[in-house]
Design a protein around this ligand. Structure first.
Ligand code: PMP
Length: 418
């Protein structure tokens, strides 16, 4: 009898029967409030009727045609729809299937377009599990250890993680920009540096918003040295932060945007957007793939973007995000083992610490597990695993947020034995 790989680390014991909106029904007959959304993927909630209808209809027309063999209408429509939300300058789109693949495509483009070898990523970043994407990832050794040699030419610069350094944000940003300049002076000369790649909110690395001034500092240096500025919006994009793109909290416009996860409410599709001029600098034929831009996934993507627009979901993410943040602050107040409550929109997190202020991985894990017993699905994250992240769908209601807060409060008490 075959079985699933033992290397898959299962966060919950739930085996799903069916799901709708913010809820999952297990085969155990239990009903769970799903604040994991498949790691930030089911943006319009589980099985949104319009997404289901679009996918069903497309399945009866054509499922797969391979986009460099024949073109299909859903991909052309999705490209138009993305044009409505992307900055005007990023008018050319390449599609793949996963976040990692899109990250790789962005690196390939940056290297080819500049003729330079090096990429600078930032400490705590998560960009995927394929070898090149894992080489850019520093959200934990489990993502990059044991299969060396990983991709060369990658340098990891400090991220302005104020809480970790015990500084205020301004000091942390000054430090991280100074260290980046030092890296450019001493390790990876600008003439050798193809790209910076960063998330607008560190995702798996701990749900840490990247300070806008840091992004602006990167933009300045990218402009000055001709370095490509890549924004990895795989987890933060498509409305999750309460703005359509996470970088919109700053004044920057990136050179490449990477998107995936929430784009098609659960169907695997990812994309990179860049200017036509930048795309044209890479080698013809260097982009492609068998499954990229699948017709059913693209149709689900079109429906997802229409639902987000018609149901005002970016605004809902902002408002419900404020409610969630406030609720998390309330249940944390006076709790010395919660070191930080943070996030943007519906990308919120609690960071757990010990009485000594050290990262408390075991408590984060105990809270996540206790939440399952209270019918609430959550995930942990953070470079040291001491953060619990809360990722509701963009469709979440006020009552569901309140219910989630109550369940999390009960889980906190159970995990702390109070
Ligand atoms: N970039 C970011 C910011 C991510 O959060 C993820 C997935 N967690 C990836 C890239 C990789 O995406 P995938 O798992 O679809 O390859």
């Amino acid at each position: 009898m075959s079985r699933l790989s033992p290397l898959l680390k299962q966060a919950t014991p739930v085996v799903v029967d069916h799901a709708l909106g913010s809820w999952i029904w297990g085969i155990d007959g239990e009903k769970y409030l799903d604040f994991t959304t498949g790691i930030g993927v089911t943006s319009t909630g589980h099985c949104h009727p319009r997404v289901v209808a679009a996918a069903r209809e497309q399945t009866g027309l054509i499922i797969h045609g391979q986009y460099t063999t024949i073109m299909h209408q859903p991909l052309l429509k999705l490209t138009d729809k993305l044009g409505e939300v992307l900055p005007l300058s990023l008018d050319s789109i390449f599609y793949a299937n996963s976040g990692s693949e899109a990250v790789e495509a962005s690196i390939r483009l940056a290297r080819m377009a500049t003729g330079r070898p090096n990429i600078i990523a930032f400490h705590g970043g998560f960009h995927g599990r394929t070898v090149a994407a894992a080489s850019l990832t520093s959200a934990g050794t489990k993502f990059r250890a044991g299969f060396s040699p990983i991709m060369g030419g990658v340098h990891i610069a400090p991220f302005p993680y104020a809480l970790r350094y015990g500084w205020d944000e301004e000091t942390a940003v000054d430090f991280a920009l100074r260290e980046l300049d030092y890296l450019l002076q001493t390790v990876s000369s600008p003439a050798d540096t193809a790209a910076f790649i960063i998330e607008p909110v560190l995702g798996d690395g701990g749900y840490l918003p990247t300070p806008p001034r840091f992004l602006e500092g990167l933009r300045e240096r990218a402009d000055h040295y001709g370095i490509i500025f890549i924004l990895d919006e795989v987890q933060a994009g498509v409305g999750r932060t309460g703005k359509f793109w996470g970088y919109q909290f700053s004044s920057v416009i990136p050179d490449i945007i990477i998107t995936a996860k929430g784009l098609a409410s659960g169907f695997p599709i990812s994309a990179i957007a860049a200017s036509f001029d930048l795309m044209s600098k890479a080698w013809p034929g260097s982009q492609g793939g068998t499954y990229g831009g699948n017709a059913v996934a693209a149709a689900a993507g079109v429906a997802t973007l229409e639902v987000i627009r018609d149901e005002n979901l970016v605004e809902n993410a902002r408002i419900r995000g404020e409610q969630l943040h406030e609720g998390l602050q309330n249940i944390s107040s006076g709790n010395s083992l919660i070191g930080d409550v943070r996030g943007r929109g519906l990308m919120q997190a609690l960071e757990f610490v010990t009485e000594m202020g050290e990262p408390n991985q075991s408590l984060a894990s105990a809270v996540q597990q206790a939440a399952v017993a209270h019918g609430l699905l959550l995930l942990t994250c953070g470079t040291l695993g001491n953060v619990v992240r809360v990722i509701p769908p963009l469709t979440v209601s006020s009552e569901e947020i309140s219910s989630g807060i109550q369940r999390l409060d009960a889980a906190l008490k159970a995990a702390q034995g109070v």
